[in-house]
Design a protein around this ligand. Structure first.
Ligand SMILES: [Zn+2]
Ligand SMILES: [Zn+2]
Length: 340
């Protein structure tokens, strides 16, 4: 089969070579790509989806689709995140995780942090004026968002604004066209969970303990997203904001898919991600640790975790592809050092 050591993606040549080699395969690949393009119809696609060679996390060389997107939703304006005054109501702030649920980051929440977390060191606002301390510049957001939070930004509400990102910031996802089972499930901490139909990254868990440990809160907007200067706007929760898109599952009946909650994303291992609940608000049954199952005649797929769980996916069942940033052109996910 057609694994060629391309130094950069050569979709047209590859497609031509595929057609010459195997008309049936080429046809199904073409319809795969068409389905993927249809799924991402509402995303800000800069390039793709194209067919590329890739090496997955477990070392398997296979065919992936590559899609380059702007990390911004087209259908709404992200934010707000931090309220500016302790008298602000919920409209002025976003959401935060508390005890497995999402709570409003409003003035009252900011005021009550010491009580909520049982630690008198919390003081996110000026006691004289009631003004909330928040990161108001790119430098501040970078210093506060790094793993070892700059001590100067302790007791701040951390937000990075979309306008801090370069205009031309893009992310390229390289994801297997067909999932290839791995030796064991993979964590979502490094490469994220996947990509939503609107082109926004479905991330791994937010590092809540590190954030709280520095006496900071890094709220999500009401759609479960916030910005970091490296990957841009991304989700730590799947909420009602995410609409379903035409499924990428082959030969799946669209009514069955809709009744099953609908597909909202594609995971980094190539499996489909469905909504948290089925259309009748029931929970899907028999999910594994990664949140996946086969049900209702649908091939293996995931369901997003509940919005407050800080786990869009529990893990990834199959070998993952790549998120390419900083000019990388080829996906070799096996090369990446494993994380502790
Ligand atoms: Zn984040
Ligand atoms: Zn299901």
């Amino acid at each position: 089969m057609l694994i060629k050591p391309a130094s950069h993606p050569l979709p047209l040549l590859l497609a031509a070579a595929l057609m010459a080699a195997s008309p049936v395969y080429a046809q199904s690949t073409e319809s795969d790509l068409a389905r993927i393009a249809g799924f991402f119809a509402t995303a800000q696609v800069v390039e793709g989806p194209d067919l590329v060679d890739c090496t997955l996390s477990g070392g398997t060389e296979t065919s992936c689709f590559s899609i380059t997107v702007r990390p911004d939703p087209r259908d709404y304006t992200p934010g707000p995140w931090c309220p500016t005054h302790i008298s602000d109501d919920a409209d002025a702030g976003g959401l935060w995780f508390l005890d497995g649920a999402m709570v409003d980051v409003d003035g009252a929440f900011i005021t009550n942090l010491a009580e909520i977390y049982g630690d008198a060191h919390w003081q996110l606002f000026d006691p004289d004026t009631g003004a909330v301390r928040f990161t108001g510049t790119l430098e501040a957001c970078e210093a506060a968002a790094r793993p070892d939070v700059d001590p100067a930004y302790r007791n701040h509400c951390v937000q990075c604004l979309p306008e801090y990102m370069p205009e031309d910031a893009t992310i390229t996802y390289v994801i297997p066209l067909n999932a290839v089972p791995g030796q064991r499930p993979e964590r979502t901490h490094r490469g994220g969970s996947g990509i939503a139909a609107n082109g926004v990254r479905l991330d791994g868990p937010a590092p809540v303990d590190a954030i709280l440990g520095a006496y900071t809160i890094a709220p999500f907007d009401d759609c479960g997203g916030h910005v970091n200067p490296h990957v841009g706007y991304h989700y730590h929760a799947v909420t009602d904001c995410l609409s379903v898109a035409p499924t990428t599952l082959t030969s799946a009946d669209s009514d069955v898919v809709a009744a099953h909650g609908g597909q909202i994303g594609i995971a980094m291992d190539g499996y489909a991600i469905f909504a948290h609940l089925l259309a009748d608000s029931q929970s899907p049954e028999g999910l594994d640790a990664c949140h996946g199952h086969e049900a209702d005649g649908l091939a293996y797929h995931y369901h997003a975790g509940s919005a407050g769980s800080n786990q869009i996916l529990g893990c990834l069942t199959a070998q993952t592809g790549c998120v390419l940033v900083g000019g990388e052109a080829v996906c070799d996910a096996s090369r990446r050092p494993p994380r502790p």
